[in-house]
Ligand binder design. Structure first.
Ligand SMILES: NC(=O)c1ccc[n+]([C@@H]2O[C@H](COP(=O)([O-])OP(=O)(O)OC[C@H]3O[C@@H](n4cnc5c(N)ncnc54)[C@H](O)[C@@H]3O)[C@@H](O)[C@H]2O)c1
Ligand SMILES: [Zn+2]
Length: 352
């Protein structure tokens, strides 16, 4: 698989951990730090360490696994560890983990001493096809997702598909939601290819294609003034459902599970507002519904969900904004949706 060139940085797909080792051995950095969580420390760090055995200028920073770690307290923890380990402006942070590690680590690095270099080594499907590409970093406050953050590009991304071997099936499904989204917003042929594939273990070709789609969109519009909003398909409602679940469920929805619900609801909105054909709505609904477990949304939670949607940073002037499809593979950004329309779309999901 070819290396993809992003906004001044490469995204490696082959011999990626060797490429990472070469990168740190080039000598540009005084020290480097590997940010892991307990799972990536167990499953992914050994391979990385085996390639940098001859290096003695690095330290490991390990945090707890899970979205709960993507907050300011853990960020302060990372900053303090960097200070304690003597990080200077010529230091490098290697984010070895899923989207939580890349968002938190990217944010911590982009603000530490006004910004030190960082690279991503994404270890979940979701972070490989989505979170590690495009330069968004961030943390949550009070379960409001990604409310604090920066646009800062990594110096490189190293995608090692072998890391997915230890990933639980539920996490594969989570990343798959973003891949399906890439097809729905931009590439009907890719959507059909995905539907026809073994989705329990997406191939290198499929991962590469998703990265290429995300990369193309984010290069065109790095700061989300226009076309990058296409990537928000499913996320206006999906993020609200995800926030609800984070607060209320012991075993909360994964990001992708929430986005799959959001895509069903927003496909319904698209059918009503941007003429997505009924057949396309049916196809999207049936595909997502067969892949993802059903989730109970009570009508009594709607008002809270609308409150979350209103707080979404994608909104302007208090209006709730959605990216909607006009056909499978074609989308339309900046559609203002009323509470009544959003309510109907949630009812559509509930009544499936
Ligand atoms: N910056 C962006 O553009 C962007 C885009 C999409 C999502 N995100 C963010 O990404 C986050 C979700 O990412 P995620 O789903 O990767 O979550 P995550 O980082 O929490 O990883 C999911 C789980 O998998 C474990 N894990 C990671 N790699 C593993 C491996 N190889 N083997 C076994 N277990 C492993 C983790 O420890 C964790 O328990 C959310 O916070 C979301 O907001 C950011
Ligand atoms: Zn997403």
């Amino acid at each position: 698989m070819n290396t993809i060139q992003s906004d001044n940085y490469p995204i490696y797909f082959e011999n990626s951990i060797d490429e990472l080792a070469n990168f740190v051995k080039q000598g540009h950095y005084s020290r480097f730090f590997i940010l892991t969580d307990e799972n990536t420390a167990e499953h992914c760090l050994p391979l990385v360490k085996s390639k940098i055995e001859d290096q003695d200028n690095f330290d490991i920073i390990e945090i707890n696994a899970g979205e709960e770690s993507k907050d300011i307290d853990f960020c302060i923890g990372v900053w303090k560890m960097l200070i304690d380990f003597g990080a200077d402006r010529k230091s490098l942070l290697i984010n070895l983990g899923g989207g939580v590690i890349s968002d938190l680590g990217g944010f911590a690095a982009s603000t530490f001493k006004r910004g030190i270099d960082f690279v991503h080594v994404p270890t979940t499907l979701l972070s490989q096809v989505d979170a590690s590409v495009g330069g968004k970093t961030g943390i949550d406050i009070d379960s409001i997702k990604n409310i604090i953050g920066t646009f800062t590009q990594p110096k490189a991304v190293f995608i090692e598909l072998g890391f997915l071997d230890t990933l639980p099936p539920r996490q594969i499904l989570s990343g798959l939601a973003e891949m399906l989204k890439h097809g729905l917003i931009q590439d009907a042929a890719y959507w059909h290819q995905l539907k026809a594939s073994d989705l329990t273990k997406p191939s290198a070709e499929l991962v590469h294609r998703s990265v290429a789609i995300k990369n193309k969109i984010t290069i065109e519009d790095p700061h989300e003034k226009g076309i990058r909003k296409a990537l928000n398909f499913g996320h206006t409602i999906g993020h609200a459902v995800e926030t609800w679940s984070l607060i209320n469920d012991k075993d909360h929805l994964s990001h992708g599970e929430a986005i799959a619900i959001g895509m069903i609801c927003e496909a319904y909105l698209a059918h009503k507002k941007t003429n997505l054909p009924a057949g396309d709505l049916q196809e999207i609904t049936a595909t997502l519904n067969s892949l993802y477990p059903r989730y109970t949304i009570e009508e009594s939670s709607f008002d809270t969900l609308f409150e979350y949607m209103k707080k979404d940073k994608k909104n302007q002037s208090g209006n709730i904004n959605c990216t909607l499809l006009t056909n499978i593979g074609v989308c339309n950004i900046d559609n203002i949706c009323t509470e009544a329309e959003l309510r109907d779309s949630l009812l559509y999901y509930i009544n499936l």
